[in-house]
Design a protein around this ligand. Structure first.
Ligand SMILES: Cc1ncc(COP(=O)(O)O)c(C=O)c1O
Length: 421
């Protein structure tokens, strides 16, 4: 395999054999609690019996092609029963970036405009049309980017890009968006794209009102609001949608990851009116080879059935709150735990050398922390000083606490070895 594998797999050096629920077993028989779920993909955990059975049954009937199937019709009906009001027209794809690119084509078709605004720290995939909106240095040396892409500061309150403090700031970062539009763009904004909570940036939770302010600005400019709910959708944050926390119904939702429970499945969801715009709406205008294929539809249907039947949004809220409290305990115990935050099972921790300067811990220390966690049976993204914790939504409190106890123990070992407070 070429270099460039996901860091969590690369740094682990592990070969995985199987998984059940929230646990993975490697080829040597070692067991690990899974705090990452394929980076938010495995919403219903590993090999959930309902999921396995649904895919087994579909694979014996029909596996490819874009004709209507029972699996797809039932999946779409189920999905449309969970989406925010009015957002019931869905096009299916197989990857997240592909869905975001499709959302951009939809926005261009519907508005006849061509510019897009994202946010610092944002992530919407690595393909050509969205790479320019990647909000960090990851995109360096990969340009030139698609013209007409702009970015504005996100409401990352721990590291406020404007050096202000909420709520006195009056959510000045949203106001800054107005300046970006005024001074940087051609005034042809087709859409503003925003993660309701930023995943790749470190599970950053914006304050109440941020999303609403962004929506108001989109409206002022007759631009669509695209909520990229790839990570925040389907219950992860304790509500069905990340946007629900701020009472926002966007114009377009992009979904992926957890919707397929591990199967490559993504989608663009919007209104009848917007998705009816051409050329998006032309025959073959928004399709793809794998979009809505029978296996993906069966996987999606099974995942949604499990999410609803087992009320995984409520589970995420409850277990997530307990995890956040335990992480706050770690912040009290270790001075190098600079920030903990989270909504539901979307939790972030920042490890810093100094709480005042917020300088991040060096990677050698966090790599050691990762190895100590692995040795004790936990996979979590602590190889980086900005830790993201996203376990499967089915995780129970006992397993969650067992995993955090391992993180605590590993922190103690690394703190002693690296002489950290
Ligand atoms: C918010 C968000 N959008 C889009 C993507 C891209 O998804 P994919 O990796 O499936 O292309 C990701 C992936 O992490 C994501 O977190």
């Amino acid at each position: 395999m070429a270099p460039g594998l996901q860091s969590i797999a690369l740094y682990s050096g592990l070969a995985m054999a199987r998984g059940t629920g929230c646990r993975l077993v490697d080829e040597d028989g070692n067991e690990y609690i899974d705090f990452i779920a394929g980076i938010g993909v495995g919403s219903v955990g590993h090999c959930h019996p309902t999921y396995v059975e649904a895919l087994r049954a579909q694979i014996e009937r029909l596996t490819f092609g874009s004709f209507t199937t029972q699996a797809r019709a039932r999946f779409l009906e189920r999905l449309a029963s969970l989406t925010p009001p009015g957002l019931t027209r869905i096009q299916l794809f197989s990857g997240g970036a592909e869905a975001v690119e499709a959302a951009f084509r939809l926005a261009k078709s519907a508005t006849r405009k061509r510019e897009f605004i994202g946010f610092w720290g944002g992530f919407h995939g690595k393909t050509g049309g969205v790479l320019g909106l990647l909000g960090d240095e990851f995109k360096h040396h990969l340009g030139p980017f698609m013209p007409g892409l702009y970015a504005s500061p996100y409401a990352n309150c721990y590291r406020c890009p404007l050096h202000l403090t909420y709520p006195d700031c009056g959510i000045a970062c949203a106001e800054h968006l107005r300046h970006v539009i005024r001074y940087q763009t051609e005034g042809e904004i087709a859409a503003i794209i925003v993660e309701p909570m930023q995943g790749t940036a470190g599970n950053v939770i914006p304050p109440q009102g941020f999303l609403r302010a962004v929506q108001a600005i989109a409206k002022e400019h007759d631009a669509l609001l695209i909520a990229d709910e790839m990570l925040t959708g389907f219950g992860r944050t304790g509500r069905m949608w990340g946007c629900d926390h701020d009472g926002v119904v966007p114009d377009v939702l992009t979904v992926g990851k957890g919707i397929g429970g591990g199967f490559p499945l993504s989608g663009v969801i919007s209104t009848d009116e917007l998705t009816g715009a051409k050329p998006f709406a032309n025959p073959s205008g928004s399709s793809s080879s794998y979009g809505g294929n029978p296996l993906a539809a069966a996987a999606g249907l099974a995942s949604l059935e499990i999410i609803v039947k087992e009320d995984l949004a409520t589970n995420a809220e409850r277990v997530g709150a307990a995890m956040l409290a335990r992480l706050q305990g770690l912040q009290e115990k270790y001075r190098f735990v600079g920030d903990v935050r989270g909504k539901g099972l979307m939790l972030g921790v920042e490890l810093v050398r100094d709480r005042a300067t917020k300088e991040l811990l060096p990677k050698e220390v966090t790599q050691a922390l990762y190895q100590e966690c692995l040795r004790r049976g936990l996979v979590t993204m602590c190889y980086s000083p900005i830790i993201r914790i996203n376990p499967p939504l089915i995780i129970d409190e006992a397993t969650a606490m067992e995993g955090l106890a391992i993180l605590d123990e590993a922190m103690a070992v690394v703190a002693a070895a690296s002489r950290l407070g």
